[in-house]
Design a protein around this ligand. Structure first.
Ligand code: 6OG
Length: 172
């Protein structure tokens, strides 16, 4: 059988300092996913390319201008109570202008990682998975190991009481 949904494009960008094994996560201060650490990103606007949207959101949310940006993977998120499939384009940036700073939407914070060669096989204690979207723990090891990935997560039951209320809002 065939199931169709309307799809909305989103971007998600993570600044990474490869030589120092550091990643910048932003604590979301408002809107969808408030209170969680995540990359910087948002909806692709009509008439905009996905890459342009990634750069615009990075400037709006972290006040940095991307110089070297690379596509890493694609995540699809479906919510039981929403007809819209979120199509999230994940990027990393390794060179940028200015330093990440707090904006109205995000509070940036640097976290330690591991060299890409180890990241896939070792638990990463310094990444605050308890305070991130629950799917992140599944694809972060591939992302940090610099492997291309694609995945789909269907949210159809409560993960826990507190976070479920945020997911019930859906991606609209
Ligand atoms: P705005 O509403 O701020 O865009 N996003 C998710 N990120 C992760 N890691 N996991 C999820 O699991 C996510 N759902 C959405 C995409 C929302 C931002 O949040 C990301 C966008 O960067 C469900 O415009």
């Amino acid at each position: 059988w065939l199931t169709t949904s309307s799809v909305k494009q989103y971007t998600l960008v993570f600044p990474i300092i490869t030589g120092e094994n550091k990643i910048c996560l932003g604590l979301k201060k408002r809107g969808f996913g408030v209170g969680r650490y995540n990359g910087f990103g948002g909806k692709v606007e009509p008439g905009e390319t996905v890459l342009d949207a990634a750069k615009r959101e990075l400037l709006e949310e972290a006040n940095i201008t991307a110089i070297k940006i690379s596509s890493c993977g694609r995540m699809y998120f479906a919510f039981e109570n929403s007809p819209v499939l979120m199509d999230v384009h994940v990027y990393r940036i390794e060179e940028w202008e200015q330093e990440p700073e707090e904006t109205e939407e995000m509070l940036p914070k640097w976290h330690s990682t591991l060299p890409a060669a180890q990241a896939e096989s070792v638990f990463l204690p310094s990444i605050p998975f308890d305070n991130m979207w629950p799917d992140d723990e599944l694809w972060f090891p591939l992302f940090l190991a610099k492997k291309s990935f694609v995945g789909r997560v269907d949210f159809n039951k409560p993960v826990d009481g507190e976070k479920n209320s945020k997911m019930e809002d859906g991606p609209m």
